[in-house]
Design a protein around this ligand. Sequence first.
Ligand SMILES: [Zn+2]
Length: 134
Amino acid sequence: MQTQTTPPRVLGLYDEPFWRMMAESGRMHLQCCTECSTWRYPPGPACPACLSPRADWTPVSGGGELLSWVTFHKQYLPAYPAPYNVIAVRLDEGPTIISNLVTPPQGPIIGQRVALTVVRMEDGVALPRFALAD
Ligand SMILES: [Zn+2]
């Protein structure tokens, strides 16, 4: 049996804490401005609201709203056999994140509540994914 590894991530200058904290704590942390409390995603050097460079990596609630989804029927990477889905979620804290739903999306689910779940890949990478909430 072949072990499938997570495709290498292309990290920006400010992405490392996100992935390290995801692996260490099993929770998603995002930058939150210490001056005006604006959440920052993707990670960056300054607050988009007040331009302060100060921020704390703060755990998010894990709740959000499903904004959109798509199912891919063609396999592009060994670790992601078709069919697989990609979703857009607006976190309760405000930022929008692209992820996957842990169950195949069906029907009119746009607008439904979702909850963060962390999936550990065979190579140990911790990926943030979402499940439909009750
Ligand atoms: Zn700010």
